[in-house]
Design a protein around this ligand. Structure first.
Ligand SMILES: Cc1cc2nc3c(=O)[nH]c(=O)nc-3n(C[C@H](O)[C@H](O)[C@H](O)COP(=O)(O)OP(=O)(O)OC[C@H]3O[C@@H](n4cnc5c(N)ncnc54)[C@H](O)[C@@H]3O)c2cc1C
Ligand code: SF4
Length: 324
């Protein structure tokens, strides 16, 4: 049985207090929301914070509001609350669908949207217990120096695998980050860096407080996830797609690929192909072919990476076809 290492646990009741504790703990501190990612990582000694700052008692992180400007979802809102929220499901059915595909119902009761957005990157050589990783002399993401996926690579290629992220970016979501120096809002797309270790542009002391999604205003969005087990599994290819139509023609399009790099990727050439056209079979096929270009999966998750690249065309086509 894998046990948690020892750590000091704090349960602040305000954002300000949480930020203060984190600033005091420095790199030894970690926020925890549902703990469905952090605690397994701690058991595997991938992360070993000495101070863990629980966020579940902070009321402002638990709101879910639908208003004139769209949705404002507190970072601490459980995934299952989002999945079941009637108004949110009606406004953003694609997002509700993506969230319903995350892990399992008990884990969605614990896991939060904030935790999903900030999920650690994944790799077959890293998502192992300490002894397994020690037996291969570790890797550069934790305790080692080499990348076993691409030994010549100067950077880690672990994969961004959070289900909510591609569709949230397709919906132009923004996030609010708070720290001792104040609050800032950034486009979710800008939160990620294509580096398996330093995969977030967020500063370590910044607390994610809210995810904001603009009003749908004519946009429709869909999500398609490739995984081995239908019951539960991380995505090994994920597609978030959104279009806005005017007079039956696509006026704007966003196609976002997940689980094929350390950051979510925009398939910009594919988006451009769709603009000014009807979303018919010809346009969808051309766009899907173009979307496979930036999709360069590595050999560090389930299934052959060549097959995952090929499947990008089919999954993008399926996501666009679902938009009707
Ligand atoms: C068996 C299993 C299957 C899973 N399947 C999937 C899957 O299919 N798809 C998927 O996307 N995920 C999956 N997950 C991962 C996880 O359950 C979800 O991503 C979940 O949403 C994480 O949320 P959490 O609140 O539990 O995060 P936590 O574990 O609490 O936190 C995750 C990370 O975010 C940081 N953090 C959390 N909240 C904040 C905040 N407000 N501000 C700053 N930092 C914060 C933590 O420090 C930590 O680094 C799975 C996990 C397990 C154990
Ligand atoms: S991609 Fe390389 S460095 Fe990153 S976790 Fe995998 S083996 Fe380690």
């Amino acid at each position: 049985m894998m046990r948690l290492p020892s750590f000091r646990y704090y349960a602040p009741s305000s954002v300000k207090e949480a930020i203060r504790i984190k600033a005091g703990a420095g790199p030894e501190g970690a926020f925890v929301a549902g703990g469905t990612d952090l605690y397994p990582n701690m058991k595997r000694r991938q992360q070993t914070p000495k101070v863990v700052i629980g966020l579940s008692r902070i009321a402002p992180l638990s709101h879910l509001r639908m208003g004139e400007r769209g949705a404002a979802i507190g970072a601490g809102v459980p995934l299952s609350d989002i999945e079941r929220h009637a108004r949110l499901r009606k406004a953003y059915p694609g997002l509700a669908h993506a969230i319903s595909e995350i892990s399992t119902p008990p884990l969605r009761n614990m896991g939060t949207l904030g935790g999903n957005v900030l999920l650690d990157t994944r790799c077959n050589y890293y998502d192992q217990n300490y002894e397994w990783r020690q037996a291969i002399d570790f890797c550069m993401k934790k305790d080692g120096t080499i990348c076993w996926v691409a030994p010549g690579s100067p950077k880690c290629l672990a994969v961004q695998s959070a289900d909510s992220v591609p569709i949230l970016i397709a919906l132009s979501a923004r996030v609010v980050l708070a720290s001792a120096s104040g609050q800032r809002e950034v486009a979710l797309e800008e939160l990620y860096r294509n580096d398996g270790i330093h995969y977030l542009t967020k500063q370590p002391d910044e607390l994610l407080t809210e995810i904001r999604i603009p009003r749908p205003d004519g946009w429709s969005a869909s999500y398609r996830k490739l995984r081995r087990r239908g019951a539960f599994d991380f995505p090994v290819l994920a597609v978030g797609a959104a279009v806005r139509r005017e007079g039956g023609l696509v006026a704007e399009a966003r196609i976002v690929l997940g689980a094929v790099a350390s950051a979510p990727l925009r398939a910009s050439a594919a988006e451009r192909i769709l603009v000014g056209r009807r979303l018919d079979v010809t346009a969808i096929t051309e766009a899907a072919d173009a979307a496979a270009g930036p999709s360069r999966p590595m050999d560090n998750t389930d299934f052959s990476f060549l097959w995952r690249k090929e499947m990008t065309k089919k999954w993008v086509a399926a996501a666009l076809t679902a938009l009707g």
